[in-house]
Structure formats: C-alpha cells, structure tokens
Design a protein around this ligand. Structure first.
Ligand SMILES: NC(=O)c1ccc[n+]([C@@H]2O[C@H](COP(=O)([O-])OP(=O)(O)OC[C@H]3O[C@@H](n4cnc5c(N)ncnc54)[C@H](O)[C@@H]3O)[C@@H](O)[C@H]2O)c1
Length: 265
C-alpha cells in the first residue's frame, strides 16, 4: 500500500486497547477510532472505560466499553469472546497498554528492591507482564483465524536502560519486550506483527504525583534531548502507526518514544 493516508485507515478493523480509561491508552483509543477502527475500551475501572467510550461515540466513532482486569486470565478470555460476539468479529489489533503499578497501586513511595518481597513484586509483574501474556493468549487465535494481526505492547525505557527506583518494573517491562520478540517470531507466518513502544516520561494521570513535583521534573528533563515531558499523543501516534497497514514489514522491535532520553542503536 503506497498511500500513507489509506494505510492509516482502520475502517472495518477492531482494536482492543487495555487500560484505555486514561492517559496513553485513552489517547490511543481516541486516535484509532478517529481513523475508523471500532475500539474495545478496556479498563479496570468501568467508569473510566465508559467515559472514553462516550467520548469516542460523541466524536462519531465506534466503541465498546469492556471493564476488566488484565491480570485475570479467565476474565480476558471472556472479554475477547464477548467483544467478538458483540462486534461480529475478533479484534485483530491488540494494544497492551495497561501498566505502571497496576490499577490500584501508586508509583510513589517506592522502597529499594532489597527492602521488598514477592507480594510487592507481584503487582508490577501482574499487570506489566502477565497482563500482556493473558491478552495475547486471548487475542492471537482470532488473529490467526483472520490471518492478520497487530500487537503493540507499551513498555518503558525503564525496561531498556533500567531505573534504580523501579527495578522490578524495569524487569517486568523487559520481560514483556522479550516475550514480544519471541511471539513475533512465532506468529509472523500468520500475517501478525508484534512490537513494543518504550516510553520515557509522559504526562498522564498515572504519574500526576511526579508531574506535580516541579523540581523533580526539572531534574529529570536535564536528561532529555527534547526538554519537555511527553504527551499521550506522542505515544499514541507511534502505537497507531505500528497498528496500521503502513507497518506490515516491522516486527519484533522495541521503539523508544522518549524525547531522546536514551537512544536505540
Ligand atoms: N506515563 C509515563 O511516564 C510512562 C512512562 C513509561 C511507560 N509508561 C507505560 O505506558 C502505559 C500507559 O501509562 P499511563 O501513564 O498512560 O497510565 P495511567 O496509569 O495514567 O493509566 C493506566 C490505565 O490502565 C488501567 N489499568 C491499570 N492496571 C490495569 C489492569 N490490571 N487491568 C486493566 N486496566 C488496568 C488503569 O485503571 C488506568 O486507567 C503503561 O504501560 C505504563 O507502564 C508510562
């Protein structure tokens, strides 16, 4: 497909976006819908999923709110089955966006790794790694049947270069990226691509505490070539590109979208 506008049309396609009730996931859902996709808006919190779904519909788009916890294997199997039944076909685009500290925990008050234990580690691995496995497991059979698919997992530069206060999160995100590389090799023959977008600091409700600390933001931005925080659409634009027909020869990769915080070679 040589025309980029045509390649960025998602007309007739169904996208499932996790954690789409706010932040990067919300913007991704809005952008996919604006380009013609029918979007399944997943979030742990039903109210958030409903608000974004209403936003999409009032802009003339098509969306289905589907609350659910990505860490729940059976719940995600049921969510994908429900989406396929309601919309008449299985989603062929999956955006694994739900992340950070999970739905009910905060990114603040982080203890050093050596003062934490398995209960603390689970919240990071639950959403950032097992949530990705659960959703891919639920989505891939439908994609194989359709002989087409796009999987985009939102990771973090923490998973590429490490963050000292977020060591377990760094490991969970690196695990998700490693999983996506393996999955990419397994599903390429069915016309499915699998990639990651590794974000630097993006201004979202999930990191509001950090944004409110002006000194901390100033210190942080000294390490960014482009001296501003990312915005949700900085992330969504790359995710949507990878979800599009324009990216059919791109798979197994992790793309930093990070204002130059780190460089990929
Ligand atoms: N914001 C940043 O600075 C930043 C930086 C690097 C990576 N990331 C990654 O980008 C992605 C989006 O981040 P954000 O800042 O937009 O998030 P956010 O915290 O603002 O919003 C995430 C949404 O996901 C939902 N969610 C969380 N756990 C869930 C679960 N188990 N099941 C279903 N829904 C769940 C939450 O309810 C919330 O509405 C995450 O994967 C995050 O790890 C963010």
């Amino acid at each position: 497909m040589s025309n980029l506008s045509e390649a960025l049309s998602f007309s007739g396609q169904i996208a499932f976006v996790t954690g789409a009730g706010q932040g990067v996931g919300r913007q991704t859902a809005l952008t996919l819908a604006a380009h013609g996709a029918r979007v399944v808006v997943n979030d742990y919190f039903d109210e958030r999923a409903q608000v974004v779904t209403a936003e999409i519909k009032s802009a003339g788009g098509k969306a289905l709110a589907l609350a659910g916890d990505v860490t729940n294997y059976e719940g995600m199997q049921a969510a994908f089955a429900h989406a396929a039944e309601t919309l008449g076909a299985a989603p062929t685009i999956l955006v694994n966006n739900a992340g950070n500290a999970g739905a009910t925990d905060s990114l603040s008050d982080l203890a050093p790794f050596w003062e934490t234990g398995p209960d603390e580690w689970q919240r990071w691995f639950g959403t950032n790694l097992y949530g990705v496995l659960n959703c891919c497991r639920a989505a891939v059979p439908g994609m194989i049947e359709a002989q087409q698919g796009r999987i985009i997992t939102v990771v973090s530069d923490a998973g590429r270069v490490g963050e000292p206060h977020l060591a377990v999160y760094s490991g969970a995100k690196a695990g998700a990226a490693g999983f996506m590389r393996g999955l990419a090799k397994a599903v390429g023959r069915y016309g499915i691509t699998a990639n990651c977008v590794a974000l630097g600091g993006v201004a979202t409700p999930g990191v509001q505490d950090m944004i409110d600390n002006e000194d901390a933001v100033k210190q942080m931005l000294k390490h960014y070539v482009i001296r501003r925080l990312g915005q949700p659409d900085d992330a969504a634009n790359m995710i949507v590109f990878l979800a599009s027909a324009a990216a059919s020869w791109v798979t197994g990769q992790t793309y930093p979208v990070n204002g130059g915080y780190s460089f990929a070679v």
